[in-house]
Write a protein that binds this ligand. Structure first.
Ligand SMILES: *Cc1c(COP(=O)(O)O)cnc(C)c1O
Length: 400
């Protein structure tokens, strides 16, 4: 007899529940910047990706409203049919100017951008070499492309070199997060670029967490490293994190973008993002580039948090970005720490396996230019309790 699909799904859910790893969306009743309301209680939010505090910026909201008045809500079709509006074209132009590339192509989400780019570039005869901690969308994209996936230990350039050396006949793409989404550290982009040059492989950087935060005027981790578009021919980034909007893009040479336009199925066969959202994203890009004070403030807050957490003896990671994880090990312990923080007025979700490796469950603390120094100090006060636990558990081994 056939296995009942719903039954086997329910079995897996039950297993996850037994392991204490069940996931639940929290419903936010309201959000005013970093102050959010859940179940009638106000909490200070330390887990969003709104690193520059732009998601509710009145200028971006106004741009969205005005554009919606002019062009409505839905784009009504895919870009290649009749969904590509002036607003999309302007956003693509702005993004390629900002990132210093020949062309850019919009996608409705980062997940779709990674899937589309890899599926267009790779085939059964190619190999894709990836950092083990890359975002799930990059890893899944290779499966769909049919290429061979070779993973290397986190940021281990020598291991990446061995993977490439082992497949000298295959066309190769090496893909890495620019800033790792769960660890907050920056990839060794200079070394990876040198390796790719030497091996004739193409380098793709997913800068979902770097764009807006790193580099001169927020152009991202690639610009910060001083690498050229030749070094990183495929640059992908999202508009839903530091830019406070939604959507994503791939930027590169005209030839790359022409190829994606033809063959990226997640571009061809999906409805274009609302044109009003594209207009809002243009305003978000303008603000991100011009208002350096947001990045400066963010970096002051990052330094303040790291210094305070180090004084408490908390196990920080080697991150200089807005993502400041506190690895607690056990999933249950991370969950408990998150609950205690919530009781004290903070939302910091616990990140557990399989999102992170077993034994590496953590509080993924994220900072935003919308936080004040007093907000960071309050969080540090609340974390004092966790620091006490950390000492009593004697898990100094996490410390760096
Ligand atoms: C969030 C994220 C994505 C997916 O982007 P969405 O626009 O949310 O679909 C891709 N890559 C990385 C590294 C991310 O953090």
């Amino acid at each position: 007899m056939r296995l009942d699909l719903l039954q086997s799904l329910a079995t897996r859910v039950a297993e996850r529940e037994r392991a204490g790893l069940l996931r639940r969306a929290r419903t936010l009743d309201a959000a005013h910047g970093v102050r959010i309301t859940i179940d009638g209680r106000e909490l200070l939010n330390f887990c969003s990706n709104d690193y520059l505090g732009l998601a509710q910026d009145p200028r971006i909201v106004r741009a969205l409203q005005n554009a919606a008045n002019e062009c409505g809500v839905g784009s009504t079709s895919a870009h290649l049919v009749c969904g590509h509006r002036r607003e999309h074209a302007q956003l693509e132009e702005l993004l390629c100017e900002w990132t210093g590339r020949g062309a850019a192509l919009l996608f409705s989400s980062g997940w779709l951008a990674n899937l589309g780019a890899m599926q267009a570039l790779l085939d059964r005869d190619s190999v894709c070499v990836q950092d083990k901690l890359n975002h799930a969308s990059l890893l899944d994209a290779v499966q769909i492309s049919g290429a061979a996936l070779r993973r290397y230990p986190h940021n281990d350039v020598e291991a990446a070199a061995r993977q490439l050396a082992g497949t000298p006949e295959s066309s190769a793409l090496l893909a890495s997060d620019g800033v790792f989404s769960m660890d907050g550290d920056v990839a060794p982009l200079r070394e990876l670029a040198a390796l790719c040059r030497q091996e004739g492989a193409m380098l793709m950087v997913d800068d979902a967490h770097g764009l807006g935060v790193l580099g001169p005027h927020g152009a991202g981790s690639v610009d910060e490293t001083g690498l050229s578009p030749n070094d990183v021919p495929v640059l992908m980034a999202t508009l839903g994190k530091a830019l406070g909007c939604m959507g994503a893009f791939v930027a590169g040479s005209r030839a790359l973008i022409e190829g994606l336009t033809q063959f990226a199925r997640t571009f061809v066969y999906t409805t274009a993002m609302p044109p009003a959202l594209a207009r809002a994203a243009c305003e978000a890009v303008r603000i991100t580039r011009e208002e350096d004070w947001r990045r400066e403030k963010l970096h002051v807050l990052i330094a303040r948090f790291r210094q305070g957490a180090a004084q408490l003896g908390l196990p920080l990671m080697k991150s200089s970005t807005a993502i400041q994880p506190i690895v607690l090990g056990d999933a249950e312990r991370a969950l408990q720490a998150s609950r205690v923080l919530e009781q004290n007025g903070f939302l910091v979700t616990a990140i557990r396996p399989p999102t992170v490796p077993a034994g590496k469950a953590r509080l993924r603390v994220t900072l935003s230019a919308a936080h004040s120094e007093a907000d960071v100090d309050r969080l540090l006060d609340a974390l004092t309790l966790e620091a006490t636990n950390e000492k009593s558990l004697g898990s100094g081994g996490h410390r760096r």
